[in-house]
Design a protein around this ligand. Sequence first.
Ligand SMILES: [Zn+2]
Length: 161
Amino acid sequence: MNNSTGELRFAADRMLGRLARWLRVLGCDVICGPHLTGYGLIRAARQENRLILTRDHRLKQKQPPEYILIQSDHYPEQLRQVIETCRLKIGAPLFTRCLECNAVLQPRSKESVEPSVPPYVFATQENFSWCPKCQRVYWPATHHQRMMEELRKMDILLPGN
Ligand SMILES: [Zn+2]
């Protein structure tokens, strides 16, 4: 594990779905799902050498590997805690991973996404990415802007960023 966001790998418990999505926005590799709780979470973290993120105070009785006990119920606070604890750097590259399934996005040509995106998006966007796992299409320019605004609202980005 190190300080470069792209290489940090997390296993988030099933209570932390929104936090997981936001960490993916920042480029982190985060697994999260209904099976990730208790020993299932510990097993997945061990197998894939991931840092555990959990709200479960009782997890420590199960002798987990390294973990962060998330303090807040609110995702902006949760995100701030992880950013501070892991000293995550925020900036490029944003949007390298699918927010839904954590797969690494791949660039797609404009022509190839025409059937999958709304006409106004096709007309106004030039660059598209695609999730090879769930086939979602992303248009990074718009998503990037919206996410940066959200991060600013959460006080996670300074105005100059
Ligand atoms: Zn996906």
